[in-house]
Design a protein around this ligand. Structure first.
Ligand code: GLU
Length: 508
């Protein structure tokens, strides 16, 4: 495929939903697969919905995911600027060109008038649509005389520019388009409305800015969410009216709720306890905070892998893919038409796989900041050994702390239920003897302590449970943790003895 140029074109209206991240990912994979460019364009023409920290959030999120763009705000701006608000002066010319070729018109209807029409229609159970069937009864340059239009503009009357979506005498009844995922899609022109292209505030609408920029930035393929499919006929009609070659289109399926029907929303995440945003986000207006995958301990590779398979499949059983492997395997023909159900459990599974596949040294590096937060400054070699003992039972890096904090902090409390069950009147006496046995051991390796202690237990005919369970409780504070003698070897002789002494002291 030649000169593939795709873009991710988010509107900075808030944090990026995981559906948006997936759109960016598929664009990136498609571009890289075909040796093309992936462009980030910020679509910020709607001033009313603009949120100041959203652009930074989008860029940070893409960076965390490892989805790097080739061109975008502040980067390789050869078709720049890449922020639509900075391209403001560029769009009116095209709206006017469409007027001069008879494809668009000035409309002077006020917001109140349009509202009254809407209400009128609603009262009769109908929907008000501004289009071919009523445009010459409304206040616009198709219904007013040329002089009056000129006069109104000269007077500074507010106007918008609308696209003439359908002219029954000229246009075919249907508009057909090819979607790379859905195949042929057909739209009845008579049902479509005359969308506003240019607003009274001097800004283009999304539709005009979007197609002008895709054209000027030489975009070859538009890969975007299914929610934009209804805009496709307008976009195709605009390319035709401007006599531009349109890019190819691919509309991605929705990401669906884990339970029930419909699109995955923030509410589902809040209800079922998982994030729907890549990073934590704090709304700068009401200070409301949304959870993020990064902050909850997900590895970006796991997150991306999960997202890639949400709507695309490789055609094989393989599930674990690096970004490079995804790039090699990705194709739009394996993107499904129907929605993909999000699974929080599967997302955790991916994280677990990636964590388990990382080396102990790599996991240790991730664990260090968590230890620091808990005021622990142990030797990396020691931490590495803790990691090697508890890693296999973790899904998240922070699980290492939950499962192995006792390696760093001597227990000061002992699980009440376990104590009740395992700490008997004779236990202190047994453990005092265990201390003597341990004191006599030179080689404090896991194998040797196990061998010596077990031989002692057998010779004393005490019963393993009576020794092992209270011993574990003394060392860990609960009846959990890896192989007891691995714990003993790692914390060492002095600490082992100190912990047993403390337990005897506390539990009597
Ligand atoms: N600005 C639109 C959005 O926020 C872009 C849609 C498109 O890719 O054409 O999703």
């Amino acid at each position: 495929m030649n000169n593939v140029r795709v873009r991710f074109a988010p509107s900075p209206t808030g944090p990026l939903h995981i559906g948006g991240v997936r759109t960016a990912l598929y664009n990136y994979l498609f571009a890289k697969k075909h040796g093309g460019e992936f462009i980030l364009r910020i679509e910020d023409t709607d001033q009313t919905r603009y949120v100041a920290n959203a652009e930074k959030y989008i860029i940070d999120a893409l960076e965390w995911c490892g989805i790097s763009f080739d061109e975008g705000p502040g980067k390789n701006e050869k078709y720049g600027p890449y922020r639509q608000s900075e391209r403001k002066g560029l769009y009116k010319e095209y709206a006017e060109r469409l007027i001069s070729t008879g494809h668009a018109y000035y409309a002077f209807d006020t917001a109140e008038e349009l509202d009254a029409h809407r209400k009128d229609h609603e009262a009769n159970g109908k929907t008000f649509i501004y289009n071919w069937h009523n445009r010459n009864k409304l206040t616009n340059s198709t219904s007013l005389s040329k002089e009056e239009v000129g006069q109104r503009i000269a007077n500074g009357d507010a106007y918008v520019i609308r696209f003439m979506m359908y002219q029954p005498e000229i246009d075919a009844a249907t508009l057909d388009a090819e979607d790379l995922i859905r195949g042929q899609v057909s739209f009845k022109r008579e049902l479509l409305d005359d969308k506003v292209l240019f607003k009274s505030d001097g800004m283009p609408t999304y539709h005009l800015a979007n197609i002008v920029d895709d054209h000027l930035m030489c975009i070859s393929h538009v890969i975007r969410g299914e929610e934009w499919l209804p805009s496709l006929p307008l976009h195709i009609a605009l390319y035709e009216a401007l006599k531009w070659t349109s890019p190819q289109f691919a509309h991605l399926p929705l990401i669906l709720k884990p339970v029930g029907k419909g699109k995955l929303s923030k509410r589902d995440g809040d209800k079922l306890g998982f994030p729907v945003f890549p990073l934590k986000y704090t709304n700068d207006k009401n200070k409301e905070t949304s959870r993020g995958y990064r902050e909850e301990g997900y590895l970006p590779e796991a997150f991306i892998n999960m997202l890639a398979l949400l709507g695309w499949n490789p055609g094989t059983e393989k599930e674990l893919f690096s970004l490079e492997e995804l790039t090699a395997a990705f194709s739009l023909d394996r993107v499904s038409k129907s929605g993909a159900k999000f699974s929080p459990e599967k997302t955790k599974w991916f994280n677990q796989q990636y964590l388990q596949n990382r080396s102990n040294a790599a996991v240790t590096a991730l664990f260090l900041p968590i230890l620091k937060q808990h005021g622990i400054a142990s030797e990396p070699a020691y931490i590495n050994q803790v990691v090697s003992l508890v890693k296999e039972r973790t899904v998240f890096v922070h699980d290492l702390w939950d499962l192995g904090s006792f390696f760093f902090v001597n227990p000061s409390e002992f699980d009440a239920k376990a104590t009740k069950k395992q700490w008997k009147p004779f236990t202190a006496e047994i453990l005092k003897n265990v201390m003597t046995v341990f004191q006599g051991i030179e080689d404090f390796s896991s194998e040797n302590t196990e061998k010596v202690l077990k031989e002692w237990i057998s010779s004393e005919e005490i019963g393993f449970g009576k020794v092992m369970q209270p011993l574990r409780l003394s060392l860990v504070g609960a009846l959990k943790g890896p192989h007891l003698f691995d714990i003993i070897a790692l914390i060492g002789k002095d600490n082992t003895l100190a912990r047993i002494a403390k337990a005897i002291d506390t539990l009597g």
